[in-house]
Write a protein of this length. Structure first.
Length: 611
């Protein structure tokens, strides 16, 4: 899972605007004229506004220096007044973009226009229809086990906010103070939503409280955000009373705000329902439909999602049954056999620090092996390196099994594939190859690093994420690894690949089941475990994630199907002229797009290849 849900929300919320003045066009590209020039000028204007409203973006992109250094001392304004202004800005931006004559645009100019237009339209639709969740659709609860500043800001400060100088450290302290303000603003918005009957289910609030209380249990000198500053200023030998200042800010500003948020969550928990789906919210069915549109970027209904999932679970189950029998697993249902494989002690790393280090070393070796094969399959490869790290202990209770942070635009920060090692029983060895190909190479890292490095792509395109495109690519990459021969001598790993494909098919069923068909958390959990046999603790984390991000879980398989259909369409149209490297380059170097726009990108590639 690429960890861009928060980034997408921020970009869309803050007037769409993305990040920087538009990147210079390639030397061979003619300067835009007419409506194209007008569009790029509008992109520039819109992006400048976004930095004022979303100062985290320059840090995330690695460009918070020079004229943008001021942004490094701020966090976004999440007050209700600011959210209302964001919505007005989105409506204004949509009107401005529609005033540009789309009929006059061709090629990548048209792709850029259509991509930004979709982002604004789906955000504006959510803004107009729903008055809860901050803005838009896709995440109805301000505070849950996966949403909220308490969950996101400490990780952001530790892994995104670079500290090289005294000014950087001072800016970190300023953001610590702003963190307390942001927590209180979330309480304000959450109380408003409480009045509408909108707050997370009881089980999600339980996990949120577990994580909030873990932060509150830390003495100021042991708080993760304090330790991060002290550790890094020490490493860089930056003189100053950093420990004293950080501990004081934590004790005076951050911890009291965390306590106030925990107090609110405790009060909400006392009256929370156990119903899992967003159908119970005001206009909940419409909320789910809009969330599906936002995440999948495809024209697909909840009923279609559900039916597609059921069909795929059946077909993939039949496929893996054959592989399992060849591997000696023949007794019981497919789900029961998955469980037997997962519980086989020979397939588990020791649940110790040494065992976890060994696991990480093995993942790094897998990345080296597949990296050597990439030139046969891709014309252009990323320059940014990939690092593999453990999910921080403070958030591993509610965090997914794996996710990815993309590299900075300036090359100063690598791509990071995070793996959750709270319990190695949740990650048996035969499941790890496909997870690594998904999060790392040729999955998220290859796609998002190339997206960053695409020379003629406007930066507004580099920061708008589309789950259908990116997660669809990562699932496509899992299957591509089979075609690249990565499982030629690893039959259990191949079973793991089919397991994960079934996992994404099961997601279609349970996501639509809970949010559209009113399944309970327990009904969804049973379907999940029965079909793919996962450890119940890991399955609970997944199911509860789908509850607070309605529609996101469906984007993976919908996107994969779209990528596969696009490849088959190109293969049939081009015959002998089809080149898998050129197909991949065409789809990736055009940048992330809605799936409907991806189809147009591939049509353009086919037409060019025919010429």
């Amino acid at each position: 899972m690429q960890n861009r849900r928060e980034l997408f929300s921020t970009v869309a919320a803050f007037g769409l605007a993305a990040a920087l003045p538009r990147m210079a066009r390639a030397a061979t590209a003619p300067a835009p004229t007419g409506e194209a020039a007008r569009m790029y000028a509008w992109f520039d204007k819109s992006m400048a506004e976004s930095f004022r409203r979303s100062p985290e973006l320059p840090t995330y992109l690695g460009v918070d220096k020079g004229e943008l250094a001021w942004t490094k001392s701020y966090l976004s304004d999440y007050s209700r007044a600011a959210l209302a202004e964001n919505k007005a800005n989105t409506a204004r931006d949509l009107k401005d973009l529609r005033a540009i004559d789309r009929k006059q645009l061709t090629g990548m100019d048209a792709v850029n226009y259509d991509t930004v237009l979709f982002t604004l339209e789906v955000q504006d639709e959510g803004n107009r229809k729903f008055t809860y969740g901050g803005q838009g659709a896709g995440a109805p609860y301000v505070i849950s086990q996966l949403t909220g500043a308490y969950q996101q800001v400490p990780d952001f400060l530790d892994n995104q906010h670079v500290i090289e100088t005294k000014d950087d450290a001072d800016a970190y302290l300023a953001r610590m103070e702003a963190f307390g303000r942001l927590l209180d603003q979330e309480v304000e918005v959450a109380r408003h939503d409480e009045g509408l009957g909108v707050f997370a289910p009881d089980f999600a609030l339980d996990k949120a409280l577990t994580q909030l209380n873990a932060f509150l249990a830390s003495a100021p000198d042991k708080a993760p955000i304090v330790e991060s500053l002290v550790r890094r200023t020490g490493q860089k030998k930056i003189e100053g009373a950093w420990a004293t200042q950080a501990q004081g800010l934590y004790a005076e500003k951050v911890r009291p705000a965390l306590a106030r948020q925990a107090e609110l969550v405790t009060a909400l928990r006392a009256k929370a329902t156990h119903d899992a789906g967003c159908w119970r919210l005001p206009d909940g069915e419409a909320y789910y439909a809009t969330s599906l549109k936002q995440y999948t970027t495809a024209a697909i209904s909840p009923e279609e999602v559900h039916r597609t999932g059921l069909d795929l679970v059946a077909s993939l189950g039949a496929e893996v049954d054959v592989l399992m029998r060849k591997a000696g697993y023949a007794k019981g249902s497919v789900g029961a056999r998955f469980r037997a494989m997962a519980e086989d002690p020979k397939q588990l790393y020791p649940n110790t620090d040494a065992g976890k280090e060994d696991l990480l070393a093995h993942l790094n070796e897998q990345v080296k092996v597949i990296s050597r094969k990439l030139p046969q399959w891709f014309g252009q490869l990323p320059k940014a390196p990939l690092e593999i790290k453990r999910v921080p202990a403070a958030i591993e209770a509610g965090a997914p099994g794996g996710y990815y942070n993309q590299p900075s635009l300036d090359g100063s920060r690598p791509g990071i594939y995070w793996i959750n090692l709270r319990d190695t029983a949740e990650v048996p060895s035969w499941t790890l190859p496909t997870l690594t190909y998904h999060e790392g190479i040729p999955g998220h890292h290859l796609q998002l690093a190339l997206n960053n490095e695409a020379g003629d792509l406007p930066l507004i395109r580099k920061v708008i994420g589309f789950s259908g495109y990116s997660e669809g690519w990562a699932l496509y990459a899992e299957q591509l690894a089979v075609e690249m021969g990565m499982y030629a001598n690893d039959p259990l790993g191949h079973i793991g690949m089919i397991h994960d494909a079934m996992f994404r098919a099961v997601r279609l069923v349970v996501d639509s089941g809970m949010h559209s068909k009113r399944w309970s958390r327990e009904q969804a959990l049973k379907y999940f475990v029965d079909n793919i046999g996962d450890n119940e603790a890991a399955a609970i984390t997944e199911i509860e994630r789908y509850c607070v991000w309605p529609g996101q879980a469906s984007s993976y398989m919908v996107g994969k199907i779209t990528w596969l259909r696009a490849r088959e369409r190109a293969r049939k149209a081009l015959g002998r002229r089809f080149d898998i490297r050129k197909f991949h380059d065409a789809g990736l170097l055009a940048g992330g797009t809605p799936l409907t726009v991806l189809d147009r990108v591939i049509d353009n590639y086919i037409a060019d290849a025919r010429r």
